[in-house]
Design a protein around this ligand. Structure first.
Ligand code: SF4
Length: 604
């Protein structure tokens, strides 16, 4: 079984993790692929031979992917996708089928979860995994085809567990390397919920026509994939009809395993400022909120699912022992939603005597000084808040359920506790004007933030913002997401041409210096803020780094211009620069200087 994060359209780093996708520049972060590593844990535990590879993290291209598929000929290939790279991500299926026609192709991610029918217009995509993917992948492989490792004859073409070299996955050393993860994110609060039905998905009417018992799948033939039995997938039957099985539900938190990082090369994953190696630990899944711009509920649902603290602490201990990593990004949709859980987590770290440092995200209305003090004691060094806007009416309309007063209080409490702060803002949400954007910039400048990100409101499928934008005709592209050219098989020629030509990366990531270009703010991101360095036509225009909404009285161009001004205003202050420099360690300094130069050029 092959699990991979596909190459980005322009060959650079790209993270795809549910609601969070982001392009990495030469210095921006690349996340360890926690979804893939968690799925790897399930599959390896089930006796499957598992191979994981993060192509963009390793600087590998579509040509490398083709070569590996041809050599390995996996029974199934599972890969992550994102809206900004969707056309390219789906074209990967054509490359896989060309290299290994019998390989089952399956995609996951928020966009494909809500538009599976459109995705299956690509005849080379066999299966769309809707929602939380790991349990569905486990079931698919358990009940379906795919040789167990114990069944397989060892062949010369079989890949090693480590895709870069033979032997075990290497623990990263502490020198040099790419900038690390996008560590600064959002928030949430506990609540009730149920698994939402994926938008546009119609359940299969029984199994009629849904079985692939004849083994015919997509462009190839695979025996034994009992697709009609797997909840949470969409696929095409033998006659080519699209079948949507019932939704798959969510994993019980006690069943969520620790990611099997040993299936991935961990060398590329570095903190952006210090250059230190880090890993993601995900203790909580789900978000009960309904922010208009966020796809989180599509991937992890609305119910807060908290893994047992003992499991999380054991995972951290294991990461320290096996990989030598002591820096962690505690990734959750809503980590501080349950403060009792957070305090228990911190107590677990302290009781175990773990000498680690970590960052996390939080909502501004789910944090207090006492909890922050304990988090600091347990190793928290930076906390990230989704502040979104400096205008209370826009906040209210977005469904975020916070106020600017909440933002002021939380950021100041964090700084009082000795914790660095990152704030994430969205420009161009409905109701935005030049005056409200100015209010947002004033708030960002007034607060004691170390880092700020200013995103363009991005109407991703699966969000209320997308529904409103399409209904009101706000999309710069006209029509809907389909105009991004993402579906069907026709897009592949453009990819081939791009891959064969010299990849002209004229621009680089232009996120602010020292910051890992975090997708925070509950959104996914894509092209660089200026659009430079990305080939238009390869990336979708739907990203939070380039405005796509033409709001009444506020053009997308105005929003983009203001974003540059906001970055310029926020970061060209001596105290901010001094604060960033204080976080830089020698191993990352050279890398960051190039980024700083690009940032200054972009924001000029
Ligand atoms: S931004 Fe997303 S993750 Fe954060 S509270 Fe809103 S819906 Fe939840």
């Amino acid at each position: 079984m092959l699990l991979f994060n596909p190459p980005a359209p322009d060959g650079r780093g790209f993270t795809r993790e549910g609601r969070c996708t982001q392009e990495a520049g030469v210095w921006a972060s690349q996340w360890p692929p926690v979804t893939l590593a968690t799925a790897a844990a399930f599959l390896a535990g089930g006796g499957h031979e598992v191979h994981g590879i993060d192509f963009p993290a390793l600087g590998l291209t579509v040509r490398d992917l083709e070569a590996r598929i041809a050599a390995w000929r996996p029974d199934a290939a599972f890969w992550t996708t994102g809206t900004p790279t969707l056309a390219h991500d789906l074209y990967i299926a054509t490359l896989v089928k060309a290299a290994s026609p019998e390989t089952l192709t399956a995609v996951m991610g928020t966009h494909v979860s809500v538009m599976p029918g459109e995705v299956l217009e690509n005849s080379d995509v066999d299966v769309v995994i809707r929602g939380e993917p790991e349990g569905i992948i486990r079931e698919l492989c358990r009940r379906g085809g795919g040789a167990r490792e114990s069944d397989r004859q060892t062949t010369g073409g079989a890949p090693s567990r480590n895709n870069r070299s033979e032997g075990e996955s290497r623990a990263p050393d502490r020198a040099g390397g790419e900038g690390g993860g996008a560590l600064f994110e959002n928030d949430g609060k506990a609540g009730e919920n149920s698994a939402p039905k994926s938008a546009g998905v119609v359940d299969a009417a029984g199994d009629s026509g849904g079985s692939i018992g004849d083994g015919r799948v997509g462009g190839g033939r695979r025996e034994g994939w009992r697709l009609s039995e797997i909840a949470g997938i969409s696929y095409k039957d033998a006659a080519g009809a699209v079948i949507h099985n019932p939704d798959g539900g969510w994993l019980p938190p006690e069943e969520i395993p620790a990611p099997a990082w040993e299936h991935f090369d961990l060398a590329p994953y570095r903190l952006p400022l210090s250059g230190r190696p880090f890993l993601i630990v995900a203790p909580v899944r789900g978000c009960p909120y309904a922010c208009s711009f966020c796809t989180a509920p599509v991937y992890y649902g609305r119910k807060l699912r908290k893994r047992p603290v003992a499991n999380v602490i054991a995972e951290i201990k294991d990461n320290i022992r096996r990989f030598g990593v002591t820096e962690f990004f505690i990734w959750a949709d809503t980590f501080t939603a349950d403060r009792k859980y957070v305090r228990s987590f911190c107590a677990g770290i302290l009781e175990a005597g773990l000498r680690i440092t970590w960052t996390c995200n939080s909502r501004v209305d789910t944090i207090d000084g006492e909890t922050l003090a304990l988090m600091k004691k347990a190793g928290l060094w930076m906390i990230s808040f989704g502040l979104e806007s400096g205008d209370d009416d826009i906040l209210a309309a977005s469904g975020k359920r916070i106020t600017t007063a909440d933002s002021r209080r939380a950021v100041r409490l964090a700084r009082a506790a000795g914790v660095r702060t990152a704030g994430h803002f969205i420009l161009g949400l409905p109701g935005e004007t030049e005056a409200t954007m100015a209010a947002t910039l004033r708030l960002a400048s007034e607060l004691p933030l170390n880092i700020a990100q200013f995103y363009a409101a991005a109407p991703f499928p699966g969000t209320r913002l997308y529904e409103e934008a399409t209904a009101k005709g706000w999309l710069k592209t006209g029509g809907g997401i389909r105009l991004a050219g993402a579906y069907g098989n026709t897009w592949g020629n453009a990819v081939n041409e791009a891959a064969d030509s010299s990849s002209a990366h004229e621009g680089e990531s232009t996120a602010p210096p020292g910051h890992p270009a975090d997708p925070g703010a509950g959104q996914t991101s894509g092209t660089t803020p200026s659009g430079a360095g990305t080939s238009q036509g390869q990336f979708s225009p739907f990203s939070q780094n380039s405005a796509v909404l033409e709001l009444p009285g506020l053009s997308a161009a105005t929003v983009d211009a203001f974003r540059r001004r906001a970055y310029r205003t926020f970061y060209r202050r001596p105290k901010i620069i001094a604060g960033l420099l204080a976080m830089v360690e020698p191993g990352a300094a050279v890398h960051l200087s190039a980024s700083l130069k690009r940032f200054l050029t972009w924001s000029r």
